[in-house]
Write a protein that binds this ligand. Structure first.
Ligand SMILES: [Zn+2]
Ligand SMILES: [Zn+2]
Ligand SMILES: [Zn+2]
Ligand SMILES: [Zn+2]
Length: 235
Protein backbone atom coordinates (compact mmCIF):
# COMPACT_ATOMS: atom_id res chain seq x y z
CA UNK A 1 0.00 0.00 0.00
CA UNK A 2 1.09 3.59 -0.58
CA UNK A 3 2.60 5.60 2.24
CA UNK A 4 -0.15 6.86 4.57
CA UNK A 5 -0.84 10.59 4.67
CA UNK A 6 -1.02 12.67 7.83
CA UNK A 7 -3.63 15.42 7.48
CA UNK A 8 -5.93 17.52 9.65
CA UNK A 9 -8.95 15.28 10.14
CA UNK A 10 -11.48 13.44 12.25
CA UNK A 11 -12.03 9.69 12.03
CA UNK A 12 -14.29 7.22 13.79
CA UNK A 13 -14.85 3.46 13.80
CA UNK A 14 -18.12 2.54 12.08
CA UNK A 15 -18.97 -0.02 14.79
CA UNK A 16 -17.73 0.54 18.33
CA UNK A 17 -19.15 0.79 21.82
CA UNK A 18 -16.66 3.43 22.96
CA UNK A 19 -15.10 6.34 21.18
CA UNK A 20 -12.42 8.96 21.53
CA UNK A 21 -13.60 12.51 20.96
CA UNK A 22 -11.21 14.56 23.11
CA UNK A 23 -8.13 14.26 20.96
CA UNK A 24 -4.58 15.43 21.59
CA UNK A 25 -3.83 16.05 17.93
CA UNK A 26 -5.87 17.58 15.14
CA UNK A 27 -4.29 15.21 12.59
CA UNK A 28 -5.04 11.66 11.46
CA UNK A 29 -2.81 9.27 9.50
CA UNK A 30 -4.16 6.90 6.89
CA UNK A 31 -5.31 6.26 3.34
CA UNK A 32 -8.10 8.48 2.02
CA UNK A 33 -9.94 8.48 -1.30
CA UNK A 34 -11.80 11.75 -0.84
CA UNK A 35 -12.36 14.65 1.54
CA UNK A 36 -14.90 12.68 3.56
CA UNK A 37 -16.44 9.23 3.52
CA UNK A 38 -16.70 5.86 5.23
CA UNK A 39 -13.83 4.07 3.54
CA UNK A 40 -10.63 5.37 5.11
CA UNK A 41 -7.98 2.95 6.31
CA UNK A 42 -6.35 4.57 9.34
CA UNK A 43 -3.12 3.40 10.99
CA UNK A 44 -3.30 1.86 14.45
CA UNK A 45 -2.35 3.93 17.49
CA UNK A 46 -1.43 1.23 20.03
CA UNK A 47 -0.39 1.90 23.60
CA UNK A 48 0.24 -0.36 26.62
CA UNK A 49 -2.98 -0.90 28.60
CA UNK A 50 -2.34 -3.28 31.50
CA UNK A 51 -2.85 -7.01 31.25
CA UNK A 52 -5.47 -9.49 30.15
CA UNK A 53 -7.06 -11.66 32.85
CA UNK A 54 -4.63 -14.45 31.97
CA UNK A 55 -1.71 -12.12 32.68
CA UNK A 56 -0.69 -11.47 29.06
CA UNK A 57 0.36 -7.90 28.20
CA UNK A 58 -2.45 -5.92 26.68
CA UNK A 59 -2.49 -2.93 24.34
CA UNK A 60 -5.27 -0.54 23.40
CA UNK A 61 -5.75 0.72 19.85
CA UNK A 62 -6.96 4.28 20.14
CA UNK A 63 -7.76 4.39 16.43
CA UNK A 64 -9.96 1.31 16.21
CA UNK A 65 -11.12 1.19 19.85
CA UNK A 66 -10.14 -2.38 20.63
CA UNK A 67 -7.59 -4.32 22.69
CA UNK A 68 -4.60 -6.09 21.21
CA UNK A 69 -2.46 -8.93 22.55
CA UNK A 70 -4.49 -12.14 22.41
CA UNK A 71 -2.82 -15.32 21.09
CA UNK A 72 -4.54 -14.70 17.73
CA UNK A 73 -3.23 -11.13 17.61
CA UNK A 74 0.32 -12.32 18.38
CA UNK A 75 0.15 -15.12 15.79
CA UNK A 76 -1.12 -12.71 13.12
CA UNK A 77 1.62 -10.20 13.73
CA UNK A 78 5.27 -11.28 13.25
CA UNK A 79 7.55 -9.35 15.57
CA UNK A 80 9.42 -7.70 12.68
CA UNK A 81 6.28 -5.89 11.57
CA UNK A 82 4.65 -2.89 13.21
CA UNK A 83 1.88 -3.97 15.59
CA UNK A 84 -1.59 -3.87 14.12
CA UNK A 85 -4.89 -4.56 15.84
CA UNK A 86 -7.48 -6.94 14.40
CA UNK A 87 -9.48 -3.97 13.06
CA UNK A 88 -6.52 -2.41 11.23
CA UNK A 89 -8.07 -2.95 7.78
CA UNK A 90 -11.64 -2.00 8.76
CA UNK A 91 -12.99 1.01 6.85
CA UNK A 92 -13.53 4.07 9.02
CA UNK A 93 -15.62 7.20 8.76
CA UNK A 94 -13.61 10.38 8.25
CA UNK A 95 -13.60 14.05 7.38
CA UNK A 96 -10.44 15.82 6.29
CA UNK A 97 -9.92 19.53 7.01
CA UNK A 98 -12.98 19.60 9.32
CA UNK A 99 -14.68 22.79 10.45
CA UNK A 100 -13.06 23.92 13.71
CA UNK A 101 -15.71 25.76 15.70
CA UNK A 102 -14.70 28.18 18.44
CA UNK A 103 -17.70 28.57 20.80
CA UNK A 104 -16.22 31.71 22.36
CA UNK A 105 -16.66 33.55 19.04
CA UNK A 106 -20.42 32.85 18.86
CA UNK A 107 -23.62 32.85 20.88
CA UNK A 108 -27.03 31.11 20.53
CA UNK A 109 -25.17 28.07 19.21
CA UNK A 110 -27.25 25.01 18.36
CA UNK A 111 -26.19 21.53 17.25
CA UNK A 112 -28.85 19.20 15.88
CA UNK A 113 -28.87 15.92 14.06
CA UNK A 114 -30.69 16.10 10.70
CA UNK A 115 -32.74 13.29 9.14
CA UNK A 116 -29.96 12.99 6.58
CA UNK A 117 -27.44 12.20 9.33
CA UNK A 118 -25.67 15.55 8.95
CA UNK A 119 -24.96 17.69 12.02
CA UNK A 120 -26.65 21.06 11.75
CA UNK A 121 -24.53 23.78 13.34
CA UNK A 122 -26.18 27.20 13.73
CA UNK A 123 -24.71 30.13 15.62
CA UNK A 124 -24.61 33.91 15.78
CA UNK A 125 -21.28 35.69 15.64
CA UNK A 126 -20.50 37.27 19.02
CA UNK A 127 -19.24 40.26 17.06
CA UNK A 128 -22.09 41.58 14.85
CA UNK A 129 -24.56 38.69 15.15
CA UNK A 130 -24.13 37.31 11.62
CA UNK A 131 -25.63 33.82 11.17
CA UNK A 132 -23.12 30.98 10.91
CA UNK A 133 -24.78 27.91 9.39
CA UNK A 134 -23.21 24.62 8.35
CA UNK A 135 -24.52 21.10 7.70
CA UNK A 136 -21.59 18.79 8.38
CA UNK A 137 -20.84 15.06 8.60
CA UNK A 138 -18.58 15.84 11.60
CA UNK A 139 -16.91 18.84 13.18
CA UNK A 140 -14.36 19.81 15.80
CA UNK A 141 -14.94 22.09 18.79
CA UNK A 142 -11.92 24.21 19.64
CA UNK A 143 -11.08 23.31 23.25
CA UNK A 144 -8.49 26.05 23.67
CA UNK A 145 -11.55 28.30 24.00
CA UNK A 146 -12.97 26.14 26.82
CA UNK A 147 -10.29 25.97 29.54
CA UNK A 148 -11.03 23.59 32.41
CA UNK A 149 -13.55 21.37 30.61
CA UNK A 150 -11.06 18.71 29.54
CA UNK A 151 -7.45 17.70 30.36
CA UNK A 152 -4.81 20.18 29.18
CA UNK A 153 -3.48 17.92 26.45
CA UNK A 154 -6.83 17.97 24.62
CA UNK A 155 -6.72 20.24 21.56
CA UNK A 156 -10.23 19.69 20.24
CA UNK A 157 -13.45 17.79 20.87
CA UNK A 158 -14.50 15.89 17.77
CA UNK A 159 -18.25 15.65 17.22
CA UNK A 160 -18.66 12.47 15.17
CA UNK A 161 -21.90 11.08 13.69
CA UNK A 162 -21.76 8.11 16.10
CA UNK A 163 -21.42 10.44 19.11
CA UNK A 164 -24.22 12.72 17.88
CA UNK A 165 -26.54 9.76 17.27
CA UNK A 166 -25.75 8.21 20.67
CA UNK A 167 -26.35 11.50 22.47
CA UNK A 168 -29.63 12.14 20.65
CA UNK A 169 -30.81 8.56 21.34
CA UNK A 170 -29.90 8.76 25.05
CA UNK A 171 -31.72 12.09 25.40
CA UNK A 172 -34.79 10.69 23.66
CA UNK A 173 -34.76 7.58 25.86
CA UNK A 174 -34.49 9.73 28.99
CA UNK A 175 -31.26 8.00 30.05
CA UNK A 176 -29.32 9.69 32.89
CA UNK A 177 -26.55 11.58 31.09
CA UNK A 178 -23.28 12.80 32.51
CA UNK A 179 -19.62 12.79 31.64
CA UNK A 180 -17.32 10.36 33.45
CA UNK A 181 -13.57 10.95 33.32
CA UNK A 182 -11.04 8.12 33.15
CA UNK A 183 -9.44 7.42 36.54
CA UNK A 184 -6.07 6.91 34.82
CA UNK A 185 -5.73 9.51 32.04
CA UNK A 186 -8.56 11.92 32.87
CA UNK A 187 -10.02 11.88 29.38
CA UNK A 188 -13.82 12.02 29.11
CA UNK A 189 -15.62 8.75 28.41
CA UNK A 190 -17.96 8.21 25.46
CA UNK A 191 -20.66 5.52 25.37
CA UNK A 192 -21.92 4.47 21.95
CA UNK A 193 -24.56 2.14 20.57
CA UNK A 194 -26.24 -0.05 23.20
CA UNK A 195 -24.05 1.46 25.93
CA UNK A 196 -25.68 4.83 25.21
CA UNK A 197 -29.08 3.35 26.08
CA UNK A 198 -28.15 1.22 29.11
CA UNK A 199 -26.88 3.34 32.05
CA UNK A 200 -23.90 1.67 33.76
CA UNK A 201 -21.23 2.47 36.36
CA UNK A 202 -18.10 0.84 35.00
CA UNK A 203 -16.63 2.59 31.96
CA UNK A 204 -13.73 1.73 29.72
CA UNK A 205 -11.60 4.55 28.32
CA UNK A 206 -11.35 5.20 24.58
CA UNK A 207 -8.17 7.24 25.09
CA UNK A 208 -5.99 4.85 27.14
CA UNK A 209 -7.92 1.56 27.41
CA UNK A 210 -8.20 1.65 31.23
CA UNK A 211 -11.33 -0.41 31.87
CA UNK A 212 -12.15 0.20 35.53
CA UNK A 213 -13.36 3.76 35.99
CA UNK A 214 -16.59 3.95 37.97
CA UNK A 215 -19.14 6.74 37.98
CA UNK A 216 -20.96 7.46 41.28
CA UNK A 217 -24.28 6.40 39.75
CA UNK A 218 -25.27 4.45 36.64
CA UNK A 219 -25.05 6.88 33.71
CA UNK A 220 -24.63 7.17 29.98
CA UNK A 221 -21.43 9.15 29.52
CA UNK A 222 -20.57 11.57 26.73
CA UNK A 223 -18.13 14.48 26.57
CA UNK A 224 -20.84 16.39 24.67
CA UNK A 225 -22.61 16.75 28.03
CA UNK A 226 -19.84 19.15 29.11
CA UNK A 227 -20.72 21.50 26.27
CA UNK A 228 -24.16 22.25 27.62
CA UNK A 229 -23.05 25.54 29.19
CA UNK A 230 -21.36 26.63 25.97
CA UNK A 231 -23.93 25.50 23.45
CA UNK A 232 -27.52 26.65 23.81
CA UNK A 233 -29.08 23.54 22.32
CA UNK A 234 -27.03 20.37 21.90
CA UNK A 235 -29.04 17.60 20.18
ZN1 LIG B 1 -9.15 11.76 24.64
ZN1 LIG C 1 -5.98 -0.52 15.34
ZN1 LIG D 1 -19.64 3.79 29.75
ZN1 LIG E 1 -8.01 6.75 30.07
Amino acid sequence: MATPLTLPGICWPLHASTGHLAVTTSHITGHFRAGAGEDAIIVCDLLPAGKFRNGAARHWCRTHQCYWGTQADLAGCPSAQPMQCRQHASPMGYVLYPTLFDPSQFHATTLRLGQDGLIRLRARAADGGALFSRDLPALAIDCRALPGLFPRDVVQLNVTPAAAQAFAAALQAGAPLDCSDCARCGHPHLDLGDFALAPHRRHSCGHCGHDASHSAAPIVSTPLWRLRHHITQCF
